[in-house]
Write a protein that binds this ligand. Sequence first.
Ligand SMILES: Nc1ncnc2c1ncn2[C@@H]1O[C@H](COP(=O)(O)OP(=O)(O)OP(=O)(O)O)[C@@H](O)[C@H]1O
Length: 123
Amino acid sequence: MIAWKKLFNSFIFAFTGIIKTFKSEQNFKIHIMISVIVILTAVTLDFSSLRMAVLLIVIGIVLALELMNTAVEKTVDLMTLERHPLAKEAKDAAAGAVLVFSIFAVIIGILLFIEPLLRSIES
Ligand SMILES: Nc1ncnc2c1ncn2[C@@H]1O[C@H](COP(=O)(O)OP(=O)(O)OP(=O)(O)O)[C@@H](O)[C@H]1O
């Protein structure tokens, strides 16, 4: 038997987490704004379904990683507000995960946009 109320509540909790992170984390706000601009540009350039799917996967991973980074930061702060080398390692590794994928996201973005951009300039 599916516990619908429990399922509904877990969606509400997840949305609350996204909205709270949006309000408190500048990096998440910046990533959301860039994502909206990139998706609108892709629509304008008439991206194929496959190109759009790859773009949405990459954007989804960046945003999900940013949320996980916030979760790590909050958990570390809950453990200790004192300065501790392990707290620094944990926070820096989580931030590093976002940075690593963001660099790849930019490269993938260039590969995805270059051909449609050149096509729209030529026509
Ligand atoms: N409890 C901690 N102990 C040691 N280093 C920390 C701790 N919290 C954050 N740092 C490190 O301090 C640097 C800056 O982190 P961050 O930008 O999160 O600011 P912060 O020190 O937490 O201050 P704020 O709360 O103003 O954001 C990062 O390298 C981070 O890993």
